[in-house]
Ligand binder design. Structure first.
Ligand code: SF4
Length: 448
């Protein structure tokens, strides 16, 4: 049973020390009750109290991990309906279907695309995480053969799809240690599935015809001590599936209904035969509120936009993407290389470092912590002015790394050059271009 803010407050130290970032213990308790802060933010809560608060602080939607180690796909853990309220926590995983009835060439093609369709964007690797191996043959050995092949060839996690627990058990003998998602518990096989999950403690998906049946099935699993559950309401039209996603999220968050407090799995691949419509449907569930999104196949032209959408929606809207402050070597700079300085807004960093690479002028790039603000915003906020840039240049040690002290500042902060001249008398302050696109031609002027 969830606790109210006042009930939580009674369990806190009540010192109002502010170390959690809140002005009082009461304010912290109120936010904790609505999952807006983590209990770990207060360092003074005793182990006993932590245990008491466990339920109150657990996310209303359980975190479920599919797979193990670096390949694992973590979903759920959401605490809000809308990302502007706080942020969305765990990105949905994209899965591709591979049937054990497919020809070998088709399976190979999908595995190849799974491996190849990955993209670097602003410091993140965007890639698919899951393969859903579907038993359509009804033949356990054939299914196991396909599962083994997929397992050996993917850098990702598995979903095993069969209503037959004997077939699932056969596959689990070869991949049970990889903790695949078992799809699916239904009203017809729940007793056998409970036995199977006891032997192989893997996450399980529950498939039902509607939300009432779904919550009855999940409640049985919860009563049996199973918490790694993924929900499939059974809807196979976009409209119904969309409604179900919203109701599941809302019921779990607002009514604290534990039987629906789990991430979901959705099947755009079973809602249309048109690949373009399938991508559009998938895009809807990236926003609202798919945990795993299963596609019939991966193609770069549809997968990449889905990746970018996912990245944008799961970025914390209250915190700009930021690069770590420091000295970055672009190319192989030496003692004669120029030194540029910029803000730590990730987009700025990747544009500037990319343009320096394009110039083929080996350089040092100083990335100053501006709390993720872009150059102009940081300058206006006093986080990229002469004082802060000079202090950073002095403390970061770049002065010992170059013999010719040339510091190129962004054109947008040219007004700081006079003050910088005074604060860094050993440095020649140069005013670089305003836009990143001007960097290659500018840097070439420094080498001529
Ligand atoms: Fe209270 Fe703990 Fe926050 Fe200090 S850190 S104000 S004790 S909740």
């Amino acid at each position: 049973m969830a606790l109210t803010g006042i009930q939580i407050f009674k369990l806190l130290p009540k010192t109002n020390c502010k170390e959690c970032g809140e002005p009082t213990c009461l304010a912290f308790a109120m936010k904790l009750a609505t999952q807006k802060v983590a209990l770990s933010a207060c360092p003074y809560v005793s182990e006993e109290t932590k245990a008491q608060l466990a339920e109150a602080t657990a996310p209303p939607i359980e975190v479920v991990t599919i797979g193990v180690g670096d390949r694992a796909c973590k979903i759920g853990g959401e605490t809000v309906m809308y990302r502007h309220e706080k942020r969305f926590e765990n990105q949905p995983g994209f899965a591709v279907v591979i049937s054990d009835n497919m020809a070998a060439a088709e399976v190979d093609g999908r595995l190849e695309r799974f491996a190849q369709l990955r993209y670097e964007r602003v410091g993140f690797t965007l890639k698919p995480q899951l393969v859903a191996v579907k038993c359509e043959s009804g033949n356990a050995s054939r299914f196991v053969e396909t599962v083994s092949k997929v397992q050996q060839n993917i850098d990702g996690s598995l979903i095993l799809m069969s209503p037959d627990t004997e077939i699932l058990a056969a596959a689990l003998k070869v991949c049970g240690d990889q903790k695949p998602l078992l799809y699916a518990v239904t009203k017809d096989n729940i007793d056998q599935m409970l036995v199977l999950v006891k032997e192989y403690p893997c996450p399980v998906a529950v498939k039902a015809s509607g939300l009432e049946e779904l919550s009855q099935l999940t409640q049985r699993l919860i009563d049996a001590g199973i918490k790694n559950i993924v929900l499939d309401s059974g809807a196979r039209t976009m409209r119904q599936a969309f409604e179900d996603q919203v109701v599941i999220r809302g019921t779990a968050l607002n009514k604290k209904f534990r039987a629906l407090g789990f991430p979901t799995i959705v099947f755009p691949c079973e809602m249309t035969d048109n690949p373009m419509k399938e991508a559009v449907i998938a895009a809807v569930f990236v926003a609202k509120y798919g945990g795993i999104i299963v596609l019939s196949d991966f193609q770069g032209h549809s997968l990449f936009p889905l990746f970018v959408e996912r990245m944008n929606i799961y970025t914390d809207p209250q915190r700009p993407l930021a690069t770590t402050e420091g000295i970055y070597e672009i190319g192989k700079p030496d003692k004669n290389s120029p030194v540029l300085i910029t803000s730590n807004f990730s987009l700025t960093y990747f544009i500037v470092s990319g343009e320096i690479s394009t110039s083929k002028v080996d350089s040092y790039l100083l990335v100053k912590d501006t709390e993720g603000l872009s150059v102009v915003t940081a300058w206006a906020a006093g986080k990229l002015n002469a004082d802060s840039m000079a202090a950073f240049v002095k403390k970061c040690g770049i002065g010992d790394m170059v013999s010719r002290h040339r510091l190129v500042i962004p054109g947008y902060v040219a007004a700081e050059s006079g003050e910088l001249d005074e604060q860094l008398p050993d440095w020649e302050i140069l005013i670089g271009p305003k836009e990143g696109s001007g960097i290659p031609s500018y840097l070439k002027t420094l080498t001529s």
